[in-house]
Design a protein around this ligand. Sequence first.
Ligand code: DP6
Length: 399
Amino acid sequence: VAAAMAAERGVAMATCTAPVNIAVIKYWGKRDTDLILPINSSLSVTLHQDQLKTTTTAAASRDFTEDRLWLNGKEADVGHPRVQACLREVRRLARKRRGGAEDTAALSLSYKIHIASENNFPTAAGLASSAAGYACLVSALARLYGLEEELSEVARRGSGSACRSMFGGFVQWQRGERPDGTDSLALQVAPETHWPELRVLVLVVSGEKKPVGSTAGMQTSVETSPLLKHRAEVVVPERLAQMMRHIRDRDFEGFGQLAMRDSNQFHATCLDTFPPIFYLTDVSRHIIALAHRYNTHHGHTKVAYTFDAGPNAVIFALADAVAEFVEVVRRSFPPATNGDQFVRGLPVGSAALSPELVAAVVTEPVPGAVQYILHTKPGPGPQLVDDPSQHLLGADGLP
Ligand code: DP6
């Protein structure tokens, strides 16, 4: 309604922020590429927006002559099929909500829209920006049109993993059974307050961009990997139930073990794809070996890694292990520069490493291999930005 009233005077506008999420039971493979319906359910942790977020402003006006889109300040293709699918679905819900009647107080669905979106983290770092991006686009559009319903189904049309960014904390994407996708939704398993000690370290690995995008990569996997088929039919249903229990019980041992195994199986399906897809690099494998040496030294699971369609590691740990593990990473991957800004995000205390720990764990240092570490934690879902000075578009509807 507020947006609609502003429209009388020219430009109606809404701004939202949305989070990144990291899957601990991975989504890989679609049964319907148009509707983005997955072959298996998945489960993720939503990361805190203080460290990683997308901000999107959506505006509508009678005076706009065409739909336009700006990403990180640069004009982009608003005709992208996935952007169009999200727009169409939000408008369809708005029309349905109005029951077909011409509501003169409501923002006209025929007005052209302007959208501006930006990330508070470098896009090039390969930190799953499409999930936050589409979750944010859908949230901002929904606000603009005054929608209040469940929107994970719409965000899913932008990017599969985006539906999980519509909630905070621990989120399941149910694969669903129906061919029309109406039951392929995200559901919150537990809020971000459920496990207060849980921390996340993103190890941003230096080097090139990922070779194959996830959309193309997973399609080749569906067509060629028998391991992926087995994973979707047999492995994931069992693991999903286990993972839900580990989260419910705040059992880090179980949670961490299963997160590592599931990441490894996802990358095994990539190798089983023909021709094979490689997302892990030598540095990724160094981090994997390091985490195992560290856990072995301590005699239990203190850290757990997971990797998406790229070489960056996401490490889960409990708060009391963070300082020591960060020091282990710093020793194992000595920063190329003087170490300035090597650790970003939430504060990390200092830790002295015992000679036994160093001897057992820091075995093969690779200088400069990790660019920086981002320290964060689970966080909430999309947020409305109330302060109009935070809009990414001016009163004229331009960035
Ligand atoms: C490895 O959601 O990016 O990160 O649905 O084609 O947009 P599309 O793919 P996307 O795939 C994410 C794959 C993953 C695992 C995960 O997030 O579950």
